[in-house]
Design a binder for this molecule. Structure first.
Ligand SMILES: Cc1cc2nc3c(=O)[nH]c(=O)nc-3n(C[C@H](O)[C@H](O)[C@H](O)COP(=O)(O)O)c2cc1C
Length: 229
């Protein structure tokens, strides 16, 4: 195979494609704020999320370190898109106001989605999302902390998943605690645009490892955290 030489570019963003979630956090008045976001990945039972420091979500998490990650499927895209360019902050930050953002106090209503109570945290879950991960925030890091000029732009949030809920049809047949990746159709954001996933493209050698090998014995009767694959 001949590979043409690469060209060097200087993109403003490096969003090469990640799953979209609606992040629930608790507002000061006890209602739940929803933030569409896609800077998220998971290792074992921990999640790592990149959250703009000026968002209502960042304020909420600093006050009450609990979240629900509502993972949305591609068919919910129009609901997610209704939350774009909105913020739960009444004092819309300057950059957002200039970009067309408006204050939206009731994100569930705005998105046409319904709230259900969570089991281990106070922020509510999004009923229509096929996957809900309730989580406790365990650490807050500042991104670009080495760059004094950058200021406090983005928080990197580390959260421990405390409860996993999935739509029954996502279960892998014969395995009560597994997700069927052929049925899970996440919504993907790539460079600010929405995509779905195609079909499986190749057999996976990594998948020759039984999933349960990643589970480690839990302390005090709790399920513990697993090593990264
Ligand atoms: C599809 C999508 C993905 C987004 N991903 C992120 C993200 O990963 N991190 C982030 O800080 N903002 C992200 N945003 C922008 C936030 O949704 C936006 O800052 C919003 O105002 C936050 O809401 P809040 O102020 O009520 O917390 C994304 C928006 C959309 C529509």
């Amino acid at each position: 195979m001949t590979v043409p030489p690469h060209v060097a570019i200087d993109p403003a963003i490096l969003y090469f494609g990640t799953p979209v979630i609606l992040l629930s956090s608790l507002n000061e008045d006890g209602t739940t704020n929803l933030m569409p976001m896609s800077s998220v990945f998971w290792l074992g039972r921990r999640a790592v999320l990149g959250i703009g420091a000026k968002s209502q979500t960042a304020l909420n998490i600093e006050r009450r370190p609990e979240v629900v990650m509502n993972l949305v499927s591609a068919d919910l895209v129009s609901h997610v898109d209704r939350l774009a360019l909105t913020t739960g902050r009444p004092d819309v930050p300057r950059w957002k106001a200039d970009a067309g953002y408006v204050h939206e106090p009731d994100k569930f209503r705005a998105a046409g989605l319904s709230a259900v109570a969570s089991a281990t945290v106070r922020p509510r879950r999004v009923a229509e999302a096929p996957v809900h991960l309730e989580a406790q925030v365990r650490a807050l890091h500042q991104l670009e902390a080495d760059d004094v000029a950058a200021g406090r732009r983005t928080l990197v949030v580390e959260a421990q998943v405390t409860k996993v809920w999935i739509a029954p049809d996502l279960r892998l047949a014969g395995y009560p605690d597994r997700v069927d990746p052929d049925r899970w159709r996440p919504l993907i954001m790539s460079f600010q645009h929405f995509y779905g996933l195609g079909a499986r493209v190749h057999p996976s050698r990594l998948a020759s490892i039984d999933e349960d090998r990643y589970r480690v014995p839990a302390p005090a009767g709790r399920r513990a955290e697993a090593p990264a694959p």
